[in-house]
Design a protein around this ligand. Structure first.
Ligand SMILES: [Zn+2]
Length: 660
């Protein structure tokens, strides 16, 4: 069932059926290759001509043969065999280090194990480079045309982090090819061909954007593709599997491929599926063109895996809670996941900042434009979520209020610019959550979103409502529909496109917001120009209640400045609020509130009553010692919402569907 939807190159395969095996592989490799992204397409055509006319080039273009045994994925163990074309002499093999979309050197090198390199049956000695520890030096013996590599991946069982976090359970696995391969160091990933085979546990089904040649039960043979395409095309497999067509009968096709820890978790209501069908239509209405042959949302649902999304050109690796599709609260909190990753196919994969468009997995990525790559995607994912009906406009505004309030209480903006959070992204993804306000986290997501919202309202005002950021997206991300391609951009080219949509001093607009320090406030101009203002009320919004329920924490940040675990352990404090000013810090534990045993309800009740009584005392444990902190607080409970101001409600206009 699931392996019947390969892209429509079946005619091509029939045509080449009578060719010799070698030549058919070369042709299929080149065609698959020409489908794919390259910054230098003319070079690709030249290469294609070369391999047809020159025998040595034929061998130079031979693919790495890769066989992955994933039958032990349930116990988080993968076995890999590689045959890598190689000429005699010194050779460095490289393990993918900088992972696209993760913007950091997160290749799980410590999980690479059992490495054995041989040639013609003779074991070769390898030495790891003492500086670049992702590189292995070998010497290919005279007379050899390839080396054979065996390795195991000791896959993570810790449900934290990104693609190298836990991604396999007894019932499902997300196979990320970058974790399973070594390639000749120094070669561009576009220039390396890989013919991969995958063996899955029996009875498992799979979904992927990677075109397959054939599949025999649990053995799949994929078409030869570039290393870029391979790494860009993970495989989701599982025992409980469901495929939903999101754009039936249309080209390109869109699939929601779901693998879950149980059959029940696959039972998304038809109304919810319809909203994901809307998502496809809304994204197409927004961008006006597509840059994929077909698109697969690869959705893994389990409470045992890391929860995150990783974008690819033709798919997304989306990992969420087991009840994501069946529990409305769980879905509400995570509703932006698929819209965000889908928007990345245009903003991030097709259009990519120059510093992130690296030629291989060794070059460090420069994150200075992540406030566009991630910030604009966060904004587009947010508006697509409402335009598709995955959240109501009101729910979307509530989540925006939570983000805006958090950013409006960032003590760290005194010393650190938004630009610095982007440049330091590779560090901040791994930063702890304590003292986050002082440190600043990966703020280029949510603060980038606020800035792009403001840009949208400016375009609308400058053009008297004739244009919006949608017009920018059509120009910048649209173009001609076709196969994946990378079109890198710079800050200047971004500004130029914006000026083509609406004339404005965009350079100053962005530079001010991105580079400034020494300010107290978040950039809230977009919310205000959008017809709303950030304010605080006594009752938490639905968005806040849902977030606390799913994340199992208590957030009284904007009153006394604490976020706590259910047992009273303090996750974080806001430095400018009363609890921190009284001397309380992260990692301490609130034991009692006004002499009553700590619970979330008791704390909220006492904060509420503090309006009428001067007493707000916390008994707090700090390791072995206990202290009582008297808080001077009389303002009651405070939870962020957006309320209307006197401006026209542009924010509501922005969230209206375009395709229906
Ligand atoms: Zn993203």
């Amino acid at each position: 069932m699931v392996n019947s939807e390969f892209p429509s190159d079946k005619n091509l395969e029939l045509r080449i059926d009578h060719w010799s095996d070698l030549w058919s592989r070369i042709i299929s490799a080149s065609v698959a290759h020409s489908h794919f992204m390259s910054i230098k397409t003319p070079l690709r055509i030249i290469t294609f001509v070369l391999i047809l006319t020159s025998t040595p080039a034929v061998f130079a273009q031979q693919p790495i043969r890769m066989r992955v045994d994933a039958t032990e994925a349930p116990r988080r163990l993968y076995h890999v065999e590689l045959s890598i074309p190689a000429a005699p002499g010194p050779l460095n093999l490289f393990y993918p280090k900088w992972i696209p979309g993760e913007h950091a050197p997160t290749g799980p090198i410590t999980d690479l194990s059992g490495l054995r390199i041989s040639s013609g049956g003779r074991l070769l000695e390898w030495k790891r480079d003492s500086v670049e520890v992702f590189a292995f030096h070998i010497n290919v013996p005279a007379g050899s045309a390839s080396v054979d590599v065996k390795l195991d991946l000791l896959s993570n069982s810790d449900a934290a982090g990104f693609s190298s976090g836990a991604s396999a359970t007894s019932e499902l696995a997300m196979v990320s090819w970058n974790q399973l391969i070594l390639y000749p160091q120094g070669k561009a990933s576009d220039e390396i061909q890989v013919a991969a085979e995958l063996r899955l546990p029996s009875d498992w089904k799979f979904g992927t954007a990677l075109p397959a040649l054939k599949s025999n039960g649990s053995d799949i043979q994929f078409k030869t593709v570039s290393l870029t395409t391979l790494v860009d095309s993970p495989v989701l497999a599982g025992r409980h599997f469901r495929r939903v067509e999101l754009s039936p009968g249309a080209t390109p096709a869109h699939y929601l491929d779901i693998a879950a820890d149980s059959d029940e978790a696959l039972n998304a209501r038809p109304e919810l599926i319809d909203k994901y069908k809307n998502l496809v239509k809304e994204a197409q209405a927004l961008f006006g063109a597509t840059h994929y042959r077909e698109y697969h949302f690869l959705l893994a649902l389990s409470d045992q895996i890391a929860h995150f999304g990783l974008e690819h050109h033709e798919s997304s690796d989306d990992q969420a809670r087991e009840n994501y599709l069946t529990d409305s609260t769980s879905h509400l909190v995570g509703a932006v996941l698929l819209p965000h990753e889908f928007a990345h196919s245009w903003n991030g994969k097709y259009r990519r900042p120059e510093g992130l468009a690296t030629r291989d997995y060794e070059q460090p990525m420069k994150g200075d434009l992540l406030w566009v790559y991630e910030g604009l995607t966060e904004y587009l994912g947010w508006l697509l979520t409402a335009r598709s009906g995955l959240r109501t406009a009101e729910q979307n505004r509530e989540f925006l209020a939570l983000d805006a309030a958090t950013l409006d209480n960032r003590a760290g903006r005194q010393w650190r610019s938004l630009a610095d959070t982007a440049v330091a992204a590779r560090l901040l993804y791994e930063a702890r959550t304590d003292w986050e306000s002082a440190r600043r986290g990966v703020d280029f997501y949510d603060e980038g979103m606020l800035i792009w919202l403001e840009a949208d309202t400016i375009i609308r005002k400058q053009t008297q409502g004739r244009k919006s950021l949608d017009d920018f997206c059509r120009t910048f991300h649209g173009g001609t529909s076709g196969s994946p391609e990378v079109r890198p951009y710079t800050f200047d080219s971004l500004i130029e496109t914006l000026n083509g949509v609406a004339s404005y001093d965009w350079k100053t607009f962005f530079e001010t917001r991105v580079n400034r320090t020494g300010t107290d406030r978040a950039p809230l101009g977009g919310i205000e120009a959008g017809g709303y203002r950030l304010t605080y009320v006594e009752k938490p919004s639905e968005a806040q209640r849902a977030s606390e329920q799913i994340r199992e924490n208590t957030s009284v940040d904007f009153s006394i400045g604490l976020k706590l675990n259910p047992d009273g352990t303090i996750i974080d404090v806001l430095p400018e609020k009363v609890a921190a000013k009284a001397g309380i810090g992260p990692g301490m534990k609130v034991v009692a509130v006004n002499d009553r045993k700590y619970s979330s309800d008791v704390l909220r009740e006492v904060i509420r009553d503090a309006k009428n009584s001067a007493l707000l005392e916390l008994l707090v444990a700090n390791g072995k010692s206990f202290s009582t902190y008297k808080l001077n607080y009389r303002e009651g409970e405070k939870y962020p919402i957006l309320e209307r101001n006197a401006q026209p409600a542009l924010l509501d206009e922005i969230l209206k569907p375009r395709s229906r």
